[in-house]
Design a protein around this ligand. Structure first.
Ligand SMILES: *[C@@H]1O[C@H](CO)[C@@H](O)[C@H](O)[C@H]1NC(C)=O
Ligand SMILES: *[C@@H]1O[C@H](CO)[C@@H](O)[C@H](O)[C@H]1NC(C)=O
Ligand SMILES: *[C@@H]1O[C@H](CO)[C@@H](O)[C@H](O)[C@H]1NC(C)=O
Length: 283
């Protein structure tokens, strides 16, 4: 897949730069749920399939993991080739939104000129320009669709999911869904890059429910853009070992050096393996 191919472009620029340390104190009472993470990997991967396969929920393992998915609407906007879907999982009583990674965003991530722009929802918040523009492409359709789903299933939970740059879109989608439509109960992402600055992370953590960012071993993408450039991850990192057999739940709201940040080298080799599967695999 394209993500694998673009990997080497990152390495040179990334490893030259240092890191910064931030401390924000906040408590997160929620628990990491590995079974839920497995389901989340299915929701996330399904977003990479063809619109027709998403619509019919016929996308192999990714779809079979969550057999209760219904009321599906898949969206694509050609401006930045952004794709995602919304649905209702009747087995979980959960409204779902998920987003796929794209090559275009990967390029934007490398483009140092466009790093941060003001994020109007909160004072002093800034986010990655490319991600925000990409989210804007689907914003209206996704928010409209989620509103309809909430009308039809008023007591359902809301979960938002994504892998890689789809994870970044999931972050921006979550805050809008949360502020404009309904409280977001779960945000689980896989190999997600950083999205905004420290103030954005704080704003986010105060609003969204269970925020877990899975990182497999030396996956490179969660380490860009750099903390030294003013970016900070939201939520709680869950750091998996190389054979994907055990994990460490890290500090909430810190993005500190206790987990994967303490590494000095990263690789795209680990970027596709989550929950014991290759979630970049085409469906
Ligand atoms: C999706 O379902 C429709 C209607 O049942 C069918 O005509 C179409 O061939 C299906 N497409 C795929 C890709 O499964
Ligand atoms: C696609 O994205 C562009 C640019 O963000 C936006 O102007 C347009 O309304 C989007 N299309 C749809 C159908 O939402
Ligand atoms: C774990 O991840 C590695 C890539 O980092 C992959 O080669 C291996 O197949 C994965 N193992 C399992 C059991 O998923």
């Amino acid at each position: 897949m394209s993500i694998k191919a673009s990997s080497t472009l990152f390495l040179a620029s990334l490893l030259l730069l240092g890191t910064g340390l931030y401390f924000v104190t906040q408590l997160n009472g929620d628990q990491y749920d590995e079974e839920f993470a497995y389901k989340a990997s299915g929701y996330a991967q399904a977003s990479t399939c063809s619109l027709q396969n998403i619509q019919n929920w016929t996308c192999g393992t990714a779809c079979q993991i969550n057999p209760g998915v219904a009321d599906i609407k898949a969206f694509y906007n050609s401006t930045h080739q952004i794709q995602g879907y919304t649905a209702y999982d009747q087995n979980e009583n959960m409204i779902v939104a998920a987003f796929r990674p794209t090559v275009t965003n990967l390029n934007t991530l490398i483009d140092l000129d466009y790093f941060q722009i003001k994020y109007s929802a909160c004072h002093g918040c800034e986010v990655h320009r490319g991600f925000l523009l990409a989210w804007k492409d689907l914003q209206n359709q996704v928010l409209t669709s989620i509103s309809e789903l909430v009308n039809n299933h008023p007591d359902a939970k809301v979960g938002v999911f994504g892998h890689s740059l789809g994870g970044a879109l999931a972050v921006l989608a979550s805050i809008d869904i949360n502020n404009d439509v309904k409280h977001v109960d779960y945000l689980y992402t896989f190999g997600q890059p950083r999205v905004g600055n420290k103030k954005f992370a704080k704003y986010f953590n105060e609003r969204i429910g269970n925020i877990y960012r899975l990182i497999h071993n030396r996956d490179l993408i969660p380490h860009v853009p750099l903390r030294a450039m003013g970016f900070q991850h939201e939520g709680t990192e869950v750091w998996y070992n190389e054979p994907n057999t055990s994990y460490q739940v890290c500090d909430f709201d810190k993005d500190n050096n206790k987990c994967s940040n303490k590494l000095h080298s990263f690789t795209m080799k680990d970027h596709c393996y989550y929950m014991g599967r290759d979630i970049c695999e085409d469906c």
